[in-house]
Design a binder for this molecule. Structure first.
Ligand SMILES: Nc1nc2c(c(=O)[nH]1)N[C@H]1C(S)=C(S)[C@@H](COP(=O)(O)OP(=O)(O)OC[C@H]3O[C@@H](n4cnc5c(=O)[nH]c(N)nc54)[C@H](O)[C@@H]3O)O[C@H]1N2
Ligand SMILES: Nc1nc2c(c(=O)[nH]1)N[C@H]1C(S)=C(S)[C@@H](COP(=O)(O)OP(=O)(O)OC[C@H]3O[C@@H](n4cnc5c(=O)[nH]c(N)nc54)[C@H](O)[C@@H]3O)O[C@H]1N2
Ligand code: SF4
Ligand SMILES: [Mo]
Length: 731
């Protein structure tokens, strides 16, 4: 049976798969043992690649709304409609009349990495909303402020660390995030086996927590307090040691002052952890030969998300573990422009503009996804009248789906680039469906920048593009043309322009491999079957390893670029050229954290959870990933169940500020008392979708419990964990 390699796009681990091909169909997938990074690892989702790829509900042709009904159409009709509808709105109401929503799978496609920046540039809209403000924006903001670059995200050196302190992450289900590591579970087991220690901080006793030496069932939302107390304890017990970072950090004494009040004793009640334990964790962190602190979703999508993200790296710095092998290191991906010499940079600015209705500050050029509905609904200059969504399902993934649902219906025009007709895309006037992943080439522009080992892999399309299909890169390029008044031009013009712009700059930069070259001659050397591939080739050639696309093609299992290396001070782009440990915006947010010391904890709060066979809202349509018992259950601790009169397997009503839901109760002591857990991505019961399997087992949309008003103010990230709820039995 013929086989083809394909990097798995179904989570951040980016495992190399070997697909079995029958004709033009993928009939099987196994882990590629020769993959330089994943070495054969595969999970149940990857094993279902064929089923996900050939889902009969995937759209095969564009859809265009005619007489109020979405109907199959040609590509020409679809792009004609986009061009005819978007430009007049921009001309009449200005660039902000068009909003853009970018969802999670954009980081899993080549198109999603290469074209949205051009689309944003073409539209010049400030109404940009992405999954980041439902996810990792706090990390971008803290990295931007600390290191001067929002993409300078240190990752735990999983293969070499002696001690891992992990907060709000459950890689045994998620397979890891902002830490790209195939076989994350195996790496944690290997850490324990080589004598290292693992501490997991999570209100639930997850599969990851069960693997740990120590599990701290913290009260949700209290991580920033806990981390501040660890920082306090390091100073208090004279345990700080910057190591090789000495001379590259400013603000250490200011941090000592800033955390003075956050003693372990002071935070103990709010965290529901005892002070001696907190001190022990701090001592262990300082004593370990190497250690990494790592926080994810549960410490990010909370009201002090940016403070917690910052404190994670403050601890890495103060223990000398930042930028040290075995600690937390900055990856260097093959498509990062070749490093400029160390020195002061431009720094990172927050709040360069604010959202129109609620005045939320922008972060990294984005506005909070939680504010999308009000920006569409609220009349006035700058209202969003048209929306372009690419690979996003905010009706399920963002707060208050019902309100967003109504807002989308009220738009003048909506375009969706999406393979499915789902809760969000059903509102579109034009749906542009990309082909299934087997028909697309792949390179991980985003995740290589968060990978625990430097490597580069390119996989070409495993099967030819089906007749009538359009490559997603071409869809994006044509979309850029359609909104920029160049409708009908060749899509390669978009790539040529991007190449020209990049090269014009690179040839003037002394440290660039293209320095001094003739841009045209350099461009003529680029190889690649498509504009997108030529752009990849350019980025590789301008990158730090001198790779080319041809070189990657010759290595179908990838190129090993070695373990993570030290990158300070070169990576720093702060104005001082040093790590700025107490940036002003974070200092200004500390009074809010101080107030949390004395706040009375909510009686019952909700947290989310992920299941190994899920991926946010879009994998519930694959039968093998959505079988077995109901997964969309409300997990309740036995003590809470007793107190509230809830019974296992019976229905309950859960309510919060955004609405109420009826759910099935699952009583388990895996969740701590005072906390209930409900997964996200469910609620597939709206009419007008084409998700046969998912609609038959719809579940409920947890985000309906939110009204969009709870945000981490610095990053605009929605609070999706640790918000108060009320639960009662449904009789
Ligand atoms: N309560 C709660 N809510 C959450 C979270 C949580 O933990 N709790 N997690 C948040 C997080 S971390 C994230 S990242 C967001 C995710 O939320 P979204 O960014 O909305 O992503 P998905 O829900 O995965 O929806 C992905 C969409 O992309 C489409 N798609 C799939 N493959 C492709 C492709 O190849 N090309 C294109 N163009 N489209 C494709 C799917 O059909 C679907 O419409 O959800 C957030 N929402
Ligand atoms: N199988 C599967 N894999 C996925 C996804 C998926 O939907 N399914 N989604 C992908 C995406 S988009 C992302 S961003 C990643 C996320 O990957 P992870 O960050 O590992 O996310 P989760 O698995 O949701 O784990 C978050 C944990 O935080 C805990 N938690 C909740 N509130 C708090 C709190 O206040 N403090 C602390 N310390 N912990 C808390 C929860 O109990 C949960 O166990 O996963 C990716 N991988
Ligand atoms: S761990 Fe992630 S990348 Fe690897 S096979 Fe599973 S879904 Fe795919
Ligand atoms: Mo995410």
């Amino acid at each position: 049976m013929p086989t083809a390699p394909r990097i798995c796009p179904l989570c951040e681990a980016t495992c190399g798969l070997t697909l079995t091909i029958e004709g033009t169909r993928v009939t099987g997938a196994r882990g590629d043992r020769d993959d330089v990074f994943s070495q054969g690892f595969i999970c149940p989702k990857g094993a279902s690649f064929g089923e996900v790829d050939s889902d009969p509900d995937r759209l095969r042709t564009p859809l265009v709304r005619k007489d109020g009904v979405l109907q199959e159409a040609t590509w020409a009709e679809a792009f004609d409609t986009v061009a005819a509808r978007i430009r007049p709105l921009v001309d009449a109401h200005g660039p902000n009349a068009v909003g853009i929503v970018l969802g999670n799978p954009n980081v899993h496609t080549m198109a999603g990495a290469l074209y949205p920046p051009l689309l944003i540039g073409a539209l010049r809209t400030r109404n940009l909303f992405t999954a980041s403000t439902l996810d990792q924006m706090p990390k971008h903001v803290s990295s931007g402020l600390l290191f001067g670059d929002p993409f300078a995200v240190p990752v735990p050196d999983l293969d070499r660390t002696a001690h891992l302190l992990m907060l709000g992450a459950n890689p045994l289900e998620s397979n890891g995030s902002l830490c790209t590591a195939p076989d994350f579970p195996g790496k944690l087991k290997a850490l324990r086996k080589r004598g290292g220690t693992l501490t997991v901080v999570d209100p639930r006793r997850t599969r990851t927590a069960r693997l740990a030496d120590r599990h701290l069932p913290i009260r949700p939302g209290a991580d920033a307090l806990f981390l501040a107390a660890l920082t306090h304890a390091l100073f208090d017990e004279d345990l700080t040691d910057l190591g090789a970072l000495d001379g590259h950090v400013e603000g250490v004494e200011e941090v000592r002052e800033a955390v003075r009040e956050f003693t372990p004793e002071a935070v103990a009640a709010a965290c529901d952890l005892d002070a001696p334990t907190i001190r022990t964790v701090a001592r262990e962190l300082a004593a370990a030969p190497s250690a990494a602190v790592y926080g994810r979703i549960g410490s990010s999508t909370v009201s002090h998300g940016t403070l917690a993200s910052w404190l994670v790296d403050v601890l890495n710095v103060l223990t000398g573990n930042l930028d040290r092998p075995g600690g937390a290191l900055f990856p260097l991906s093959a498509t990062t422009p070749a490093p400029r010499p160390a020195g002061p940079g431009k720094g990172f600015a927050l709040g360069r503009w604010t959202s129109r209705v609620s005045g939320h500050p922008e972060a990294k050029g984005e506005l909070p996804m939680a504010a999308l509905a009000e920006e569409i609904e609220t009349e006035g200059e700058g209202r969003i009248r048209a929306l372009i969504t690419i690979a996003g399902n905010p009706v399920l993934s963002a707060p208050d789906g019902r309100r967003l649902d109504a807002a989308l219906e009220a738009l003048d025009f909506m375009v969706a680039v999406d393979p499915y007709l789902n809760e969000t895309t059903r509102h579109a006037d034009v749906v542009l469906p990309p082909p299934p992943p087997s028909q697309s080439a792949h390179f991980d522009f985003a995740f290589n920048g968060f990978a625990v080992h430097n490597q580069a892999r390119f996989t070409p399309a495993a099967v030819p593009l089906e007749e009538g299909r359009m490559d997603e890169c071409e869809i994006h390029a044509r979309l850029v043309l359609a909104v920029s008044g160049m409708h009908g031009a060749s899509p390669s013009a978009v790539d040529d322009l991007a190449i020209e712009t990049t090269l014009a700059k690179a040839v003037t930069q002394e440290y660039s491999p293209a320095h001094g070259a003739d841009p045209r001659a350099f461009a003529a050397t680029l190889t690649g079957a498509t504009g997108a591939e030529r752009r990849l080739d350019l980025m590789l050639r301008l990158g730090p390893y001198g790779l080319t696309l041809d070189a990657l093609r010759e290595q179908p299992h990838g190129v090993d670029l070695g373990p993570l290396m030290r990158r300070v001070p070169q990576i720093l782009k702060t104005r001082s050229g040093r790590i700025e440990l107490l940036p002003e915006p974070l200092a200004a947010d500390l009074p809010r954290l101080r107030a949390a010391l004395d706040a009375r904890p909510d009686a019952l709060v909700l947290v989310g959870r992920r299941h190994l066979r899920s991926n946010n809202s879009w994998l519930h349509n694959a039968p093998s990933l959505n079988g077995g018992s109901n997964r969309c259950t409300l997990q309740v601790h036995p003590d809470d169940a007793d107190r509230l009169g809830l019974a296992d397997g019976k229905p309950a009503r859960i309510s919060a500020e955004g609405g109420e839901l009826d759910v099935e109760v699952e009583i388990t002591d895996a969740v701590r008392s005072g906390v209930v857990s409900l997964p996200h991505g469910w609620g597939h019961d709206r009419p007008g979708t084409r998700l046969t399997v998912a609609a038959a087992r719809p579940g409920v949309n947890v985000n309906q419990l939110l009204d969009g008003s709870r945000l981490d103010p610095l990053s605009g990230t929605a609070v999706l964990n640790g918000f108060p709820v009320v639960v009662s039995p449904l009789l």
